[in-house]
Ligand binder design. Structure first.
Ligand code: RP5
Length: 162
């Protein structure tokens, strides 16, 4: 069966960031498929994936890329599925290039753009899970439990303070 969430990334080098999305989904019991799909190096793969994603059974796509990060936007141009974009932190410009490449989509072709790097990857997974949870009460309960656990882990006072 096709996983409801597809995590795609422009390069193997993006995995260090995007694995946090996969790990977050795993913690929530949500299946995902991971693929390297480069807008520039494998454009035919991108086209085939994005055009077929809905028919394949995916519900949400998380797309991470860095630098001239055209993957999320091009994916959104080719499918009506929700696309969440994760700007990967680039070496040259610390991910600002990635962020600007992903966030400034023209009206009519939306990409839900997250924060640069690991926080963005985790939040993309949580958002994707929230979308699925709208029609999945069991997942909704797991998501609520995940949030409660996070809240409960925050101490009232900082350790080491007098
Ligand atoms: C982008 O170029 C990828 O998403 C990656 O973040 C960046 C660098 O790719 P590599 O040169 O490390 O393969 O397409």
């Amino acid at each position: 069966m096709t996983a409801p969430i597809a995590i795609i990334m422009g390069s193997q080098s993006d995995w260090e960031t995007m694995r946090h999305a996969a790990e977050t989904l795993a913690a929530l019991g949500v299946a995902c498929e991971t693929r390297i799909v480069s807008a520039h190096r494998t454009p035919d793969r991108l086209y085939a994936f994005a055009k077929g994603a809905k028919a394949a059974g995916h519900k949400v796509i998380i797309a991470g890329a860095g630098g001239a990060a055209h993957l999320p936007g091009m994916t959104a141009a080719l499918t009506e599925l929700p696309v969440f974009g994760v700007p990967v932190e680039s070496k040259a410009l610390s991910g600002l290039d990635s962020l600007y490449s992903i966030v400034q989509m023209p009206a009519g072709v939306p990409v839900g753009t997250l924060a640069i790097g690991k926080p963005g990857a985790i939040n993309a997974a949580l958002l994707a899970a929230s979308v699925l949870a709208l029609s999945d009460p069991a997942l909704s309960a797991r998501l609520a439990a995940w949030r409660k656990q996070q809240t409960d882990a925050v101490k009232d006072h900082p350790e080491g303070a007098a």
